[in-house]
Design a binder for this molecule. Structure first.
Ligand code: NAD
Length: 707
């Protein structure tokens, strides 16, 4: 097959590496060969670069990063320079997406034609990188410094239509991109034959009045979450170089900073998190050819905190929702909550009022189950009580149409028992949304013993449709996320008994990178909710040890933010939680009650006890087969629990730290206070010990498990 097609003197080079035409070594080699050949072809006077299938190009190939192919020639920066240096005009014809290296390739062309719906952007910063193939140097020359700073530092994706006046494109069209690109290419050929050289982006000036002051300001506004700021800073350094230095010097700066970032631990962690998310969408043992069921109409049972949030989530994805409540007053409350949610979105400028009205109209409500018969998917979000769930699922079994998926949003209850309330356990699955449902990315898909493969496939397809990150979990108390958080919260409480205060624990772990410390989190979730969960757990397993101070705080009516007091005091008008002297006294009194001499506890011990509690439980979940793979656990924690993305997740953290060191640290903690059953709590998971001893990696372990 020829490298390109010639149409009326124009060579059409087609990037063709499904699904996203990512620029791994094969594509780079192809582009290089096709470019060289078309430059040498006397029948060719202009070149168009376009993409086959869904898009122009999704950018660099992230899976290639630590492979030899990643460093083999041709490398993107030099290849793009050759494209720009071409004496024959080169036009990028873009559709679908041109992201990262995809957009950088287009920037190096002499002209760009895009379909209006093309998604364009330089999202490298989200991976802890910068656009390293000329993006930081060429983009400001086309769109100006201010817009380039916004696009590169924020890493947002835009439609070509929204950038049609930015200078980025020569033409944005709703019509035939290739046809328009042909017309433009011929026009450029005519210009070149008049002794004008093609317009090279690198030759354009890069200026802005007070550019350095603007960049300094941008630098000062960068949020600096621990460990995550380096890439954004480096992007700004490169744009500053574009303004202050020559193009070649700017490219050298970009290249050096890119290399530094590419070898940083932040990038390694973010890359892990990115690939982990991609892997999580694959269920290991789904039979080939399993197809998802069509889910067009949804019913949600229960319109409380979760039910109303879930209804909003579906309406946002343009799916009609029927909300069922047990009585009219509760239904009215739920529909009012939904309306208020949308009204607030309009007030905050997040939605147009027409869109909000359309979404509200997608949600209807009933107090009887008749309409459920129409639904392809029913999600139950009633009280967390097995008897209430029994009643609901028995009714659903009676009214739902054959083949409808019956899902439960339970956080803790046994999904198999719930499935057994129906005559169709194969259609039952857990869809564990997190609060607030429209915002939180994570969706735990709980696979019951009898959940049918196509039900699982449907749940994963649905997650994608509603913009959630799905992770499959087996059945156990709390599934992956809440089972692990329980161990973490237990340690947080016990640290108070020994000498720490809530704000010290929160500060230590937030400084380490968690979005929110355990006590701020408990105040948000409600300490009364936590108390109920603890009581239920102790009833089932009396060997569990929680700090009694949690119940003391709860019994003071300190239920958290909703009561204005919890582990902290919340003063009206002040956003920051204030440490409470009353809580401090209660904690000190409790230490005396359990016979402990309070001691100073350093950040390192606080962080280790919280994070390693997660890690050890994670290894147990992996060994029990509740999690399919270690990286799924990482996705649960980064997407659902505020674990720092750049650390990759708890399992990756453990591996980076060294499993032998993890085991040794657990052994040290196991000599803690006897009443805490420290020896039992910190007993390392057998799998953790095994891997620490053998040196086998988690990836190798998973590979073996799946063979
Ligand atoms: P909630 O108390 O806010 O709401 C439950 C709603 O269900 C109430 O409005 C109630 O009127 C309604 N209801 C009860 N029985 C009903 C019936 N037979 N038919 C129709 N409606 C009925 O509770 P929630 O916080 O929304 O939790 C709901 C479920 O979601 C629970 O299983 C919970 O464990 C789970 N969950 C909660 C959270 C959270 O953060 N709140 C997070 C994830 C999962």
């Amino acid at each position: 097959m020829s490298l390109y097609q010639v149409n009326d003197g124009v060579a059409i080079i087609t990037l063709d590496r499904p699904p996203l035409n990512t620029q791994g070594l094969p594509l780079r080699r192809y582009l290089d060969d096709a470019l060289r050949a078309s430059l040498n072809d006397l029948n060719v006077s202009a070149i168009i670069i376009t993409g086959a299938g869904r898009c122009f190009s999704g950018g660099g190939d992230i899976t290639e990063f630590n492979l030899p192919a990643g460093t083999q020639e041709p490398q993107a920066p030099a290849l793009f320079e050759r494209i720009e240096a071409s004496s024959k005009p080169v036009v990028a014809a873009m559709h679908g997406m041109a992201l990262g290296g995809g957009l950088e390739l287009a920037l190096a062309c002499h002209a760009r034609v895009a379909h209006a719906a093309t998604q364009v952007g330089l999202p490298e910063v989200h991976l802890g990188l910068l656009p390293g193939a000329g993006g930081t140097q060429r983009l400001p020359r086309l769109v100006g410094v201010e817009k380039a700073v916004n696009m590169i530092v924020k890493g947002d994706v835009h439609s070509a239509a929204s950038l049609s006046d930015s200078g980025l494109f020569d033409q944005v069209t709703e019509g035939d991109v290739l046809g328009e690109a042909m017309t433009l290419a011929r026009k450029l050929v005519a210009e070149v034959s008049e002794n004008k050289s093609p317009r090279r982006t690198s030759s354009l000036p890069c200026t802005m009045d007070n550019a350095q002051a603007f960049i300094a300001f941008a630098r000062s506004t960068l949020k600096t979450p621990v460990g995550a700021s380096t890439a954004a800073q480096a992007c700004l350094d490169c744009i500053e170089a574009a303004v202050c230095l020559s193009f070649a010097q700017g490219m050298a700066c970009e290249s050096e900073k890119f290399r530094n970032l590419a070898t940083s631990s932040q990038f390694a962690g973010l890359r892990h998190a990115f690939l982990a998310q991609r892997a999580a969408a694959n269920v290991l043992d789904l039979p080939d050819g399993t197809t998802a069921r069509k889910l067009k109409r949804v019913a949600v049972i229960g319109g409380g905190t979760m039910g109303s949030g879930i209804a909003i989530t579906f309406a946002n994805a343009q799916l009609p929702v029927l909300l069922i409540e047990r009585e009219q007053a509760a239904l009215d409350r739920a529909l009012k909550t939904i309306r208020e949610h949308y009204e607030q979105s309009v007030q905050r400028g997040k939605l147009s009022s027409a869109t909000a009205t359309a979404r509200i109209a997608l949600i209807s409500g009933e107090t009887n189950y008749a309409g459920v018969a129409e639904a392809d998917l029913v999600i139950e979000a009633v009280f967390e009580d097995l008897e209430v769930k029994r009643e609901v699922f028995q009714r659903l079994d009676a009214v739902a149409k054959p083949g409808a998926i019956l899902a439960s949003n339970t956080s803790m209850l046994d999904l198999d028992s719930i499935a057994a309330f129906t005559s169709r356990p194969q259609d039952v699955v857990g869809l564990h949304f997190f609060s607030p449902a429209p915002v939180m990315k994570l969706l735990e898909v709980v696979r019951g013993a009898q959940t049918a493969p196509d039900v699982l496939a449907s749940a994963l397809a649905l997650a994608k449709k509603i913009g959630k990150t799905a992770v499959v979990s087996g059945v156990c108390e709390g599934f992956i996320g809440n089972r692990m958080i329980e161990a973490y919260l237990m340690q947080a409480g016990l640290l108070l008994d020994e000498g720490a205060l809530p704000h010290q624990v929160d500060q230590a772990i937030e400084h380490w990178g968690m979005a929110m410390g355990p006590f701020r989190m408990s105040d948000m979730a409600g300490n009364d909710v936590g108390a109920k969960i603890r009581a239920a757990r102790i009833e089932r397993d009396p060997s569990r040890v929680y700090s009694g101070v949690s119940d003391v705080i709860n019994s003071m009516g300190r239920h958290g933010q909703k009561t204005g007091r919890g582990w902290y005091d919340y003063h009206p008008g002040e956003r920051k939680p204030a440490p409470s002297p009353e809580v401090q006294s209660a904690i000190i009194a409790h230490s005396a009650k359990v016979g402990l001499q309070r001691r100073e506890i350093g950040y390192e011990e606080i962080v280790d006890r919280l994070v390693l509690a997660l890690v050890n439980e994670g290894f147990k979940l992996l060994e029990e087969g509740i999690a399919q793979r270690a990286s799924d656990i990482d996705v649960v924690y980064t997407a659902g629990y505020g674990f720092p993305l750049w650390r990759g997740g708890p399992m990756r953290y453990a591996e980076q730290r060294g499993l032998s060191d993890v085991v040794a640290t657990l052994a040290r903690f196991s000599t803690g206070p006897t009443y805490q059953h420290a020896e039992i709590f910190w007993r390392p998971a057998p799998l953790l010990c095994r891997l620490a001893k053998s040196g086998e990696s988690l990836a190798q372990f998973n590979l073996k498990e799946t063979q």
